[in-house]
Ligand binder design. Structure first.
Ligand SMILES: Cc1cc2nc3c(=O)[nH]c(=O)nc-3n(C[C@H](O)[C@H](O)[C@H](O)COP(=O)(O)OP(=O)(O)OC[C@H]3O[C@@H](n4cnc5c(N)ncnc54)[C@H](O)[C@@H]3O)c2cc1C
Length: 308
């Protein structure tokens, strides 16, 4: 019996508790967040990116922060991304950026989010860079796809988004996305979703993942398969071989601190590997999702706490 969905539900519920969150922020990165988060400052993160690039790994950088509820904070986040794009251009590292729309005010002011996104995507275009809009939980799926579509209709091709294979709706969503030759990252999905919206069983999520990736690649879309699942990665390599899809037409994305040796091995084999490098002071929600993904990571926290 697969207990991972239950474990995940419990961790995400406990982590959302205010007292738990406040206690965790007090303990700080000692909790072990530095395994998954490349520091609290841009300079620390750029150092990590340089090191990954040296090992043949491309990067997408994420200035952590989500669930912002004040306009001034959303505007600070916007500025942080403009600085990030400047930092990438200045240092010449090989990285693009990933961001979350709730970081830019989506939960309280859609117009503000539209304005901020346009500012960031324009700046990225001027720097010759690319922006990936991460996908959050289902209250934001429609708005995320709509904002992506609007930017493309305005003529910005340096932007992509994410689809989640745990959602029933994804198969339908990709029909429109294929027509617009979307640049998509495919993930299994990291949030707590109800069974009327998302497959409760991992086996169905995995099967849907493969079917979605196959559909996108067969339709000629540049595809970013984001997963650490070796069975899926082996399947992807074989699928690309059989369909004679060149290695330049897809990339494999993984998170900083997860399956590091596999990332290096795939890069050595000539695959494009992109590591998702998050940084910043607001690491807690990101960190808890990583813990929820794998029961072994819970013991990793306990060990860190015992080390003091
Ligand atoms: C680059 C990238 C970007 C992402 N962006 C989004 C997004 O925008 N929206 C979203 O909802 N989700 C996002 N995710 C998270 C994703 O939805 C999954 O929750 C996460 O990738 C775990 O699923 P998996 O595909 O690795 O497969 P799983 O079946 O969960 O894991 C397969 C194997 O990978 C290893 N593994 C997986 N996770 C961990 C971990 N945390 N720690 C240690 N080992 C682990 C384990 O060995 C595990 O057995 C992203 C993931 C990646 C890699």
């Amino acid at each position: 019996m697969d207990l991972t969905p239950l474990y995940r539900k419990i961790v995400l519920s406990v982590a959302a508790n205010r007292a738990v969150s406040a206690a965790a922020q007090r303990v700080g990165m000692k909790l072990g967040a530095s395994r998954f988060v490349a520091g609290e400052t841009l300079d620390q993160a750029l150092e990590t990116v340089r090191d990954l690039n040296r090992r043949g790994i491309l990067v997408t950088m994420d200035q952590l922060g989500e669930g912002v509820h004040e306009e001034s904070v959303a505007r600070e986040m916007c500025q942080a991304y403009l600085d990030l794009l400047d930092g990438i251009a200045r240092t010449g590292v090989n990285a693009n950026v990933s961001l979350k729309l709730t970081q830019m005010g989506l939960s309280f002011n859609r117009q503000l989010t539209d304005e901020i996104l346009l500012t960031i995507v324009r700046k990225a275009a001027a720097c010759g860079n690319f922006v990936r809009i991460d996908m959050e939980d289902t209250p934001y799926t429609d708005a995320t796809l709509e904002i992506y579509r609007n930017l493309r209709e305005m003529g910005y091709d340096n932007v992509g988004t994410v689809i989640q294979s745990y959602l029933y709706r994804t198969k339908q969503d990709i029909q429109d996305l294929i027509k617009m030759n979307a640049n998509l990252r495919i993930v299994k999905g990291a949030y707590k979703e109800p069974p009327n919206l998302a497959f409760p069983k991992k086996v169905d999520v995995d099967e849907n993942y493969k079917q979605v990736v196959a559909t996108l690649m067969e339709n000629g879309l540049y595809t970013a398969a984001a997963t650490h699942d070796e069975k899926i990665i082996d399947w992807l390599k074989q699928f690309a071989d059989e369909k004679q899809i060149d290695k330049s037409r897809f990339e494999i994305q993984m998170l900083f601190g997860v399956r590091t040796s596999l990332q290096e091995e795939l890069a050595r084999q000539g695959y494009k590997v992109r590591c998702y490098v998050p940084f910043g002071r607001m690491w807690y929600p990101y960190f808890t999702r990583r813990i929820a993904e794998r029961p072994g990571n819970f013991w990793f926290i306990v060990k860190n706490l015992m080390k003091g």
